[in-house]
Design a protein around this ligand. Structure first.
Ligand SMILES: NC(=O)c1ccc[n+]([C@@H]2O[C@H](COP(=O)([O-])OP(=O)(O)OC[C@H]3O[C@@H](n4cnc5c(N)ncnc54)[C@H](OP(=O)(O)O)[C@@H]3O)[C@@H](O)[C@H]2O)c1
Length: 225
């Protein structure tokens, strides 16, 4: 399989880059910083596409480098610098910060999908997977305005694209995780990244006859959603 992963240099994207593929697969890793997984020697071919996904024209430049593609994983995202903390204050969020969140979380996946579709359509089992968030679900109780708007919007992109691409039999899915636990903050109320990697693998390995529309996976103790 040929898989493109955005935001592959750290966090969940790094977990995808390290653990999603099988020997023989080719991964295209998009990020501004070099992903450490490039150095792994496990039979998976990894290519780093150094790119700022908010740059004008970058999406076509990425597509021009890829001849075969089966899966797009739209994972890169950003949020308010004060998000998820008691210091978050809507009135103090700058215009630049709001624009940057919408540009990376919403505009970039639309433009990258448009650019990659011609090559994706040649796959025998093409899929597009968006990484959303429980912040994009009703009653999440989360106050971050621009980030929540972007994650609700991402669901809109996924649902509309699914209908647009149904005649091409391209599966479009969105996975909405709750808070993820890393080694630095692993805790039993946070989701292990491998749970999301494993769900994503199930989606991308499903047949062309199935559409997995949306998967919500809050942490066990996320009570609101
Ligand atoms: N962390 C959580 O608890 C959580 C919970 C629910 C959902 N999610 C979702 O899961 C996904 C991954 O989150 P994460 O926590 O792993 O994020 P993260 O650690 O902040 O990593 C973000 C990735 O996006 C890349 N990126 C950021 N700005 C970029 C740009 N302008 N151009 C290209 N790449 C850019 C970063 O690479 P460079 O800096 O090298 O460019 C990095 O690889 C996101 O969609 C997030 O909304 C996360």
């Amino acid at each position: 399989m040929n898989i493109l992963i955005t935001g592959a240099s750290r966090g969940l994207g790094e977990a995808f880059a390290k653990h999603l593929g099988h020997a023989g697969d080719t991964l295209w890793l998009v990020s501004r910083n070099r992903p450490a997984s490039i150095d792994l020697t496990d039979g998976i071919e990894r290519h780093w596409l150094e790119a700022d996904l908010t740059a004008i024209g970058i999406h076509q430049q990425i597509a021009a480098q890829i001849q075969n593609l089966d899966i797009i994983i739209h994972n890169a995202a950003t949020w308010e610098s004060s998000a998820f903390s008691h210091t978050y204050d809507f009135l103090s969020i700058s215009e630049a910060e709001t624009r940057a969140i919408i540009e990376l979380n919403l505009t970039a996946p639309i433009l990258l999908t448009q650019a990659l579709l011609p090559v994706l359509k040649n796959s025998s089992n093409p899929k597009i997977i968006f990484i959303g968030s429980i912040n994009g679900l009703e009653n999440s109780g989360m106050p971050e305005v621009a980030y929540n708007a972007s994650k609700f919007g991402l669901r809109g992109i996924a649902h509309a694209l699914r209908e647009t691409l149904r005649q091409d039999r391209i599966g479009v899915s969105i996975i909405n995780p709750g808070s993820i636990g890393w080694e630095s903050n692993a805790h039993d109320f946070l989701i292990p990244p491998m749970d999301i990697v494993n769900i994503t693998r199930t989606v991308l390995e499903s047949s062309r006859y199935t559409v997995i529309k949306e998967i919500d996976m809050p942490a066990m103790m996320d009570m609101q959603v």
